[in-house]
Design a binder for this molecule. Structure first.
Ligand code: AMP
Length: 114
């Protein structure tokens, strides 16, 4: 299997504006931001999407969510709020088959999502 864009970013084979990383996750600015702040946080492990996650992935997924909240706070989004989004499969608009959580903030979000 060829590497996804996000695996290449994790491996430093593609440039990215990284805002946080540790041994389990990497967070970087989305190249096509949909809000004033738009960051993606991804596991280093190449899990394709949440539907393919396995019970043994629970620690990394829990860590990813906690770090998403930390990154959002570090970027100043906590007081006004933010949205976390996982697009899973074609109907959701998933474009990159490497699990990622969108952190969106800095503007008022609509509901239901488009
Ligand atoms: P999704 O539609 O949920 O799969 O989201 C994929 C996201 O990856 C989109 O918001 C893209 O703008 C973003 N993206 C694609 N390529 C890059 C890249 N090289 N660096 C940062 N973000 C990217």
């Amino acid at each position: 299997m060829s590497k996804t864009i996000f695996e290449k970013i994790i491996a430093r084979e593609l440039p990215a504006n990284i805002v946080y990383e540790d041994d389990l996750v990497v967070a970087f600015r989305d190249i096509n931001p949909q809000a004033p702040t738009h960051v993606l946080i991804v596991p280093r492990k190449p899990i394709p999407r949440i539907a393919e996650a396995r019970p043994e992935d629970a620690p990394v997924l829990g860590h990813l969510l906690l770090k998403a909240a930390e990154v959002a706070e570090k970027l100043g989004l906590k007081p006004t709020g933010y949205r976390l989004v996982f697009n899973n499969g074609p109907d959701a608009g998933e474009a990159v088959p490497h699990l990622h959580c969108h952190i969106l903030g800095g503007r008022r979000m609509g509901w239901p999502p488009g």
